[in-house]
Design a protein. Sequence first.
Length: 224
Amino acid sequence: MSSRLYVALDTPDLARAKAIAQRVRNHVGGLKLGLEFFMANGRAGVREMADIGLPIFLDLKFHDIPNTVAKAIQALRPLEPAILTVHASGGRAMLEDAKAAAPTGTKVVAVTVLTSLDGTDLSSIGLAADPHEQVVRLTELAREAGIDGVVCSGEEVKAAHKAWPQGFFVVPGVRPANSVVGDQKRVVTPRAALDSGASILVVGRPITQAEDPDAAARAIEATL
């Protein structure tokens, strides 16, 4: 089985993304490319990264009216990403249309509550202050909409997994013990996230900003 660790290459610099990917490719299961990378390098950049030979997780977090999201995903079909993200808060019709528009082999996963938000942040946008409750509600919506899974923090993945035993759970914001938390507010260790039901883990800075990214990826993989 390939590693359940995906490395987040959050950089607009294609050469840097390729260099890191080449270094860690034997110790990760896939490459996550987000908005920074995509805005700078577009579909051509994604194709170059795919040539490295690892699954591509395209993390663009679509959130718009159903028709717009469906058309945007159709435009990405030639890339055949392994995983695509949308925002669960876009609602059921948007989730259904996103899944219908995606290539057959692509997992569509919905972002529940960003790992950079806590209860105070949720209250400020008019939601219940409990991230846990919001994650479970949106996980149930994603399941009903027929998509593949959700993105949630390691703190909520156990409850999300309980609500949807067959779901595919992406856990970002995981940090190895003893590492800097950065701008994440709800973090857990990679091992704890897997034990709670994560399907894949997304790790960025602890690997990409390490002096030796290869060794950092190997060290995390060893804990799994």
